[in-house]
Design a protein around this ligand. Structure first.
Ligand code: AMX
Length: 442
């Protein structure tokens, strides 16, 4: 049984060599043109970043080191007594490109559990915040403040060789991942159950098992399994999405992993990104209220048109890269399909029925390049079924925090790789409209 560090020690030199060869042998190879539409269109489709752990295919969806979600479900170890992928086995795959054994997964779970308690100053910081402060603001603050412990920052100040950066980055990343559940659960407790004692971390439990326990739902095996799957498959979605790209940019300045990920979290908080699952739930509940007992394909179609005609987007549909139903959405649907209680839930049923109608309506509307559901079309509605109903007012919007616990897997993995590969500070060239016009005329 190896530790994740030992496996990385073996993999890093190979990847460093691969990059060296790419730079020396293919440095001038062309990957695509930069068009005006890229510069003014949010760089959509521009191949301009290196990101190791996952690549998003427009049709197939996400692959983690080449493995689809279905592949991962077959090969990645689950928790004892569970079936779903857990955060630790996904983290191992993202970091190393290898599939961990059961024993390696358990060992990583134990290491994270042993590091999971929060320092007292973080507890005090979070407890001092008003319960009306947005949970994502609180999460970002807690993550940033944890950099008091940053081994990377301390080592950098001491003066270390560039080749050693990644080892400290890895230690910080594991420390931060370990503490995220306690931080996220404390925020939840303070807002929704003030004064309720928080359970201690169980050293024999996986990261998400402990998270669900601290949220107060530890006796709900189905919810625990759902969140294991949710957190594993939301872990990484290549590098160009707003949260990943933000943390990558900030990390490229050699700001420590805590600061880099805190920055990524604030990008995740936006309604077009990580807040979308909450928006979906709000929208589906409005639909339910308006349609009453009359839930038919026709009435859903009318509601969709009403949303579109009022100039709003249909939340949970469309994507910057995907051009097919999101396999993460399909995986969550599959989870629902195997559980009668979920299948009977009116909101889960409405999500399914909406999916039967929405793509055709969005195609007819003709604007979005992708008329299919993304993962957010389902994820929040299932949380609601299990009793996590805190989403309504913006200051009680908790769902994105769960996404924030998950996305750390991918963003911190890339932080480690960026340091291992010695990637430089990001600094793309910007242009004014006048400068663009001048270039076109040349
Ligand atoms: N409903 C209505 N219109 C939509 C739409 C939707 N679901 N998705 C895209 N469009 C519109 C866009 O607003 C844009 O209109 P404009 O030309 O008037 O500005 C046009 O279609 C073209 O957009 P696009 O190229 O297809 O999408 P994009 O890459 O610019 O944006 C996304 C992608 C996800 C922000 C967009 O599809 C959207 O707003 N969807 C709804 C919100 C959502 O579900 N977000 C979650 C995404 C996943 C995640 O990050 N968690």
């Amino acid at each position: 049984t190896k530790t994740v560090r030992e496996v990385l020690e073996e993999v890093v030199p190979k990847k460093q060599l691969q990059l060296k060869q790419l730079k020396t042998e293919h440095g001038q190879a062309v990957l695509g043109d930069v068009k005006v539409e890229h510069v003014v269109g949010g760089m959509r489709g521009l191949k301009a970043m290196l990101w190791e752990a996952s690549v998003l295919d427009p049709i197939e969806g996400i692959r983690f080191h080449g493995l689809s979600i279905a592949d991962c479900q077959k090969v990645l170890p689950a928790a004892p007594g569970g079936k779903e992928i857990i955060a630790e086995s996904m983290l191992w795959l993202l970091l190393t490109g290898k599939i961990p054994t059961e024993a390696e997964t358990r060992q990583l779970s134990r290491e994270l559990a042993e590091k999971g308690e929060l320092p007292e100053y973080i507890e005090k910081l979070i407890d001092s915040l008003p319960s009306t402060l947005h949970p994502m603001t609180q999460l970002g603050m807690g993550v940033a403040a944890l950099n008091h412990e940053s081994k990377f920052q301390q080592a950098y100040e001491r003066g270390i060789k560039k080749s050693e950066y990644w080892t400290y980055a890895l230690e910080d990343s594991l420390d931060l991942l370990a503490k995220l559940p306690a931080l996220a659960a404390r925020i939840y407790r303070n807002i929704y159950n003030p004064g309720k004692p928080l359970p201690k971390i169980n050293k024999d439990l996986d990261l998400v098992g402990n998270y669900v326990n601290m949220l107060g739902y530890g006796d709900n095996h189905d919810l625990t399994e759902y969140l294991r799957l949710y957190i594993a498959i939301h872990g990484d979605h290549e590098g160009g999405n707003a949260s990943a790209h933000t943390s990558h940019l900030v990390g490229s300045t050699l700001a420590d992993p805590y600061l880099a990920y805190a920055a990524g979290l604030y990008a995740l908080a936006g309604p077009l990104h990580g807040l979308a699952n909450q928006e979906v739930l709000r929208w589906q509940m409005n639909m339910q209220k308006e349609l009453g007992g009359n839930i038919t394909h026709e009435s859903i179609k009318e509601f969709l048109w009403k949303t579109l005609k009022s100039g709003q987007v249909v939340p949970g549909y469309g994507h910057g890269v995907l051009r097919n139903p999101d396999p993460r959405f399909m995986a969550l649907q599959q989870f629902c399909d195997t559980r009668p209680a979920l299948l009977q839930d009116p909101i889960v049923q409405l999500v399914k029925k909406t999916y039967e109608v929405a793509p055709a309506v969005l195609k007819e509307h003709g604007k979005t390049k992708n008329p299919y559901p993304n993962v957010d079309a389902a994820s929040g509605c299932v949380l609601y079924h299990y009793g996590l109903t805190q989403f309504k007012a913006s200051h009680t919007a908790y769902y994105t925090v769960i996404f924030g616990v998950s996305r750390a897997l991918g963003c911190l993995t890339q932080y480690v790789w960026s340091r291992a590969l010695g990637l430089p500070i990001e600094r793309p060239k910007s242009l004014s409209m006048d400068a663009i016009e001048k270039l076109i005329k040349q």
